[in-house]
Design a protein. Structure first.
Length: 173
């Protein structure tokens, strides 16, 4: 399963990079805003018992080290699995409308009726390719891997494919 994640991640990155010939820059607090992300997708896409995934996350605009942004959220699946997480993300802006986001986080996992990921501590890492609208909202396709990094007795991991829509927090309030 780990090889599939890396191959899909590399293909998504290569596809996006080949399609853009303009200069890119890491996002920082000067060129982005705090966002709320709403996602839906498929949890554990490489297994026979895949489930629907819904996720809500907050993406802060205060950059750490110039380009890393805090991210935190919660994921629930149709099987009753829950994962609350927090971590860091980096956005690569390809032009005014395209971005690639990379993130890594750690959090607490509650096993419902779905996949037992082997431990209550799980790490989520992923990539998202998105289109940025003029109002700084985004729509994107993401791929993530959830794993306990072998701290549990078992580490089956899970892959997630999702569609995300983010809106600037200031647009909501």
């Amino acid at each position: 399963m780990r090889i599939r994640f890396e191959v899909i991640l590399a293909c998504m990155a290569a596809f996006f990079m080949i399609g853009t010939c303009q200069a890119q820059e890491f996002s920082n607090s000067r060129n982005d805003v705090a966002q709320l992300g709403f996602s839906t997708g498929i949890f554990n896409i490489t297994a026979d018992d895949a489930a629907a995934e819904m996720r809500l996350d907050y993406r802060d605009n205060h950059a750490l080290l110039g380009f890393l942004r805090p991210i935190g959220g919660v994921m629930v699946t149709s099987d009753g699995d829950v994962h609350g997480y927090g971590g860091l993300m980096a956005d690569v802006l390809w032009n005014a409308h395209f971005a690639t986001s990379f993130y890594s986080s750690a959090g607490a996992y509650h096993h419902g009726d779905g996949e037992d990921l082997g431990h209550w501590i799980e790490f989520r890492s992923g990539v998202e390719v998105s289109y940025r609208f003029d109002d700084k909202s985004r729509v994107g396709l993401g791929f993530a891997h959830i794993s306990n990094a072998d701290i549990g007795d078992r580490n089956p991991g899970a892959e997630v494919l999702s569609l995300t829509y983010t809106v600037p927090v200031k647009a909501l309030f």
